[in-house]
Design a protein around this ligand. Structure first.
Ligand code: COA
Ligand code: MG
Length: 298
């Protein structure tokens, strides 16, 4: 249970059996891509999708650059999970996205499989990350158990469409039917030092709507948002990137903190407001986001 410090603003999904989209996603310079083996892949194409994801990860033909390579596998009740892991793990993706997580059991199970693969391959334990999608009523109810399940879990992701389905709710533009779940996910992520990734916006041509929805997510404390089309990536990252004034303010606050630390003062006043460690940590997060945005050197 720990944020690994990697910046994940936009995470772009594509069907795992669509090699062209994997290549396109890799070329975008997006923070993370999620090659999907689950719901965007037809049942008849599950093996084809595993094959093309492995090919993309291992052939060397696709240059992923800094982009994190994630794979979404099928659920533990689908009958596909074991074969997904067996196929994909030797190709060493950077992380696995688990859909419809409802308890810590599946996370602990997959974490053990990852540990075996890491020890066989001689790579450091914990290298391959886990991200858990919360998108069912039971997943929301069991958030505490899920969020505290395993150190390789780095993020909770919120899926509004499946959650609405599992509730029998009707989707609205305002999203009040999923507000509780959306709030619960970000709160549990913060409580257990995990990143929080907001639901994708499915109205592909409505960029004003996407911007407003991303702003809402940032206001709630979400650290990133899923994307389902390349054109959404720029909007999401631009909302998540800190403004210049925000960066300058964070730098000044950290400098003032360093000065006061010399004098052994834990708490101090900056621009008329009390500052202590939580604000300094928040300021450090702003600088990390500024680095990811290219506004500061890494
Ligand atoms: N990742 C990478 N490339 C993508 C992409 C994605 N998610 N979605 C579209 N593209 C590419 C297309 O291949 C096309 O490339 P081209 O110009 O070289 O031909 C270009 O971007 C424009 O695509 P467009 O015609 O606007 O979309 P589409 O009709 O081809 O695809 C979807 C629409 C919804 C099927 C597609 O965006 C998609 O597959 N999204 C992801 C779905 C998914 O993974 N869902 C699971 C999580 S909810
Ligand atoms: Mg889903």
């Amino acid at each position: 249970m720990a944020d690994d410090g990697r910046v994940r603003r936009a995470l772009l999904f594509m069907p795992g059996d669509d090699v062209k989209k994997i290549g396109k996603g890799a070329a975008l310079g997006v923070d993370s891509i999620i090659m999907d083996l689950e719901d965007s892949v037809a049942l008849a194409n599950k093996q084809a999708a595993r094959d093309s994801v492995v090919e993309a990860l291992t052939s060397g033909e696709i240059d992923f650059g800094r982009t994190e390579r994630l794979v979404r596998v099928n659920t533990d009740t689908s009958g596909f999970l074991d074969d997904d892991l067996k196929a994909v793990m030797p190709a060493h993706p950077d992380g696995i996205v688990l859909p419809k997580v409802e308890s810590s059991a599946v996370i602990r199970f997959v974490a053990r499989v990852l540990l075996d693969e890491e020890s066989m391959a001689g790579i450091a334990p914990g290298t391959i990350k886990l991200l858990a999608l919360i998108e069912t009523a039971r997943g929301v109810v069991n958030l505490k158990d899920i969020a505290s399940s395993d150190p390789r879990l780095v993020a909770l992701m919120f899926g509004a469409e499946d959650l609405a389905g599992s509730l029998g709710a009707i989707r609205t533009v305002e999203g009040h039917e999923v507000a509780y779940g959306r709030g619960a996910v970000v709160i549990h992520a913060a409580a257990y030092d995990l990143q929080s990734i907001d639901t994708p916006y499915v109205d592909l041509k409505n960029f004003d709507g996407l911007r407003a929805d991303t702003e809402r997510a940032v206001q709630m404390g979400y650290t990133g948002k899923m994307a389902i089309h390349p054109a959404q990536v720029e909007v999401i990252t631009s909302v998540l990137d800190p403004a210049d004034e925000e960066v300058a303010h964070a730098q000044a606050m950290i400098a003032a903190h360093a000065e006061h630390r010399e004098k052994r003062a834990g708490v101090f006043v900056f621009e008329g407001k009390m500052v202590d460690m939580p604000m300094i940590r928040a300021a450090e997060r702003v600088l990390a986001r500024a680095q990811a945005a290219g506004k500061l050197p890494r």
